[in-house]
Write a protein that binds this ligand. Structure first.
Ligand code: GTP
Ligand code: MG
Length: 196
């Protein structure tokens, strides 16, 4: 698949603000700063479609991007942002829970983790949550440019084992800096869209 058209369609903190349910959605979840917005820009070939920042906690809303007028990629707010107050963390949890448990057109949530580190407690919790809702199965290991090629398989195995991924679940190393891994992810998205 090639992405030829992409646009920000809606920014939401509650269901009333979600766009219509007519298009299938694939969401990106992961720790703040892991590279969700960068990946979206890379996939669409648009450097400034989603805001990217070195400061964690950049994306605080649920952002719906309409792709090829065929489906949506949904950029979810990151978790594990230490500076967030307790009440803001609760807002985040409610916003995520509401979206993930009540969105009939949500096909899958791609979980992003940093390739350099074993998944954190929060990453594990998130993946278990996705498994519970039947939304798990695709993990993207970001920032693969930061490790050498011979470390790669070892890092991917640590992630697979720590998240207790199923055998048939896929893990894709990507680098938004080197622009690698996008074709593999788009291929998975294509399979998902075809199977719905
Ligand atoms: P929140 O919006 O806070 O949840 O973060 P995010 O997951 O959207 O992360 P974002 O895309 O804003 O990227 C965070 C930082 O990581 C930025 O400084 C990016 O330039 C950097 N970054 C993202 N992807 C890569 C990558 O593949 N390689 C390298 N080296 N840096 C990356
Ligand atoms: Mg972001």
């Amino acid at each position: 698949m090639k992405i030829t058209k992409s646009e920000l369609e809606a920014i939401a903190v509650k269901p009333k603000q979600y766009p219509s349910e007519e298009l299938p959605e694939i969401a990106f979840a992961g720790r703040s700063n892991v590279g969700k917005s960068s990946l979206l820009n890379n996939l669409t070939g648009r450097k400034k479609l989603a805001h990217v920042s070195g400061n964690p906690g950049k994306t605080r809303t649920i952002n719906f991007y309409r792709i090829n007028d065929e489906f949506r990629i949904v950029d979810l707010p990151g978790y594990g942002y230490a500076k967030l107050s307790h009440s803001k963390t609760e807002d985040w949890a409610e916003m995520m829970e509401t979206y993930m448990s009540k969105r009939p057109n949500l096909l899958k949530v791609v979980q992003l983790v940093d390739i350099r580190h074993a998944p954190s407690k929060l990453d594990i919790q998130m993946y278990e949550y996705l498994q519970y809702y039947g939304l798990s199965g695709i993990v993207v290991a970001t920032k693969s440019d930061k490790i050498s090629t011979n470390q790669r398989q070892k890092c991917l195995k640590i992630i697979r084992d720590t998240l207790k991924m199923d055998k048939e679940d896929v893990i894709i190393p990507v680098s938004s800096l080197k622009k690698t891994g996008c074709d593999e992810l788009l291929e998975q998205i294509e399979i998902l869209l075809a199977s719905k």
